[in-house]
Design a protein around this ligand. Sequence first.
Ligand code: ADP
Ligand code: MG
Length: 323
Amino acid sequence: MPASEFQLIERHFARLGAARADVLLGVGDDCALLQVPADRQLAVSIDTLVEGTHFFPGVDPESLGHKALAVNLSDLAAMGAEPAWVTLALTLPRVDEPWLAGFCRGFARLAARHQVQLVGGDTTRGPLSISVQVHGFVEPGRALRRDQAQAGDQVYVTGSLGDAGLALLAAGGGYDAGDRLAALQQQLDWPQPRISVGQALRPLCRCAIDISDGLLADLGHICEKSHLGATLRQAALPLSEAVADYVRATGDWSIPLAAGDDYELCLVVPAEHQAEVGRIARTLDVPLTLIGQMEPGAGIRCIDAAGNPVSDLQGGYDHFRNT
Ligand code: ADP
Ligand code: MG
């Protein structure tokens, strides 16, 4: 490997994020050596972002570094896991140090915030692509799994729905969001993984998912894996003012229900814990909203304020199920 690549690794990746005592050997050898606590299971997930597919060419490298880690931490959040380590495989078209410095700044700030250390990776030349693998800890048997919902459980969602989707629609010229565009863009470019929510609710909860592919698709995964259906109350869905305006103006609920890239959590909690969930919700840094419940059967129904099924949504969901 040319010396410049060693220098690149030393300069940008050798000390990135938290400095953790359970990293016995980090960046610099053939492998990292990591100590998993004796009383924990390891939760592992990987996600790849490809230029032109997952992000626009020319996007701010700092937000890209943030997002590449955030989408992975979101998967740990959805398991109720505590983040620990991360590896990074970067394919770069050329060595662009200012770009790399910006990327690492965004990545490192989020890593430090969640006590995550970069422990290894790979750097190659080619079309811009970023693979991040995260590792976290969870108490044995206590991970939040998609197949653990029960009929009667209540369905909660964090944050608000559809902001990233509306930002994408606006960026493509499909909607004029006016002076709300910047706030929407913020949600798209700087998603905040809901680590604290997954951990705070894990004692009460057996089942969660992150809604990276949109609420209907991802809650649909819980329905399928748990062999259940769900009913959502449309009027209860948490919407930002921008998305509420959009829905009022267009009647199109597909943005909050089916657009992806929100990285909020959908959590399924036994109804007996409702009061306790409410108490915990007041301590969280993000809204947590009760939007529906799990029930016997299959598929997702949406009902309006009067309790009547919202017919045009059914088609949207079926369409999604078949993709
Ligand atoms: P090898 O030849 O054994 O695959 P490399 O030369 O690819 O090793 O990498 C040298 C060291 O630098 C390894 O410890 C590797 O984990 C680390 N490394 C390389 N690229 C990255 C990166 N993008 N992020 C973090 N660590 C990296
Ligand atoms: Mg290598």
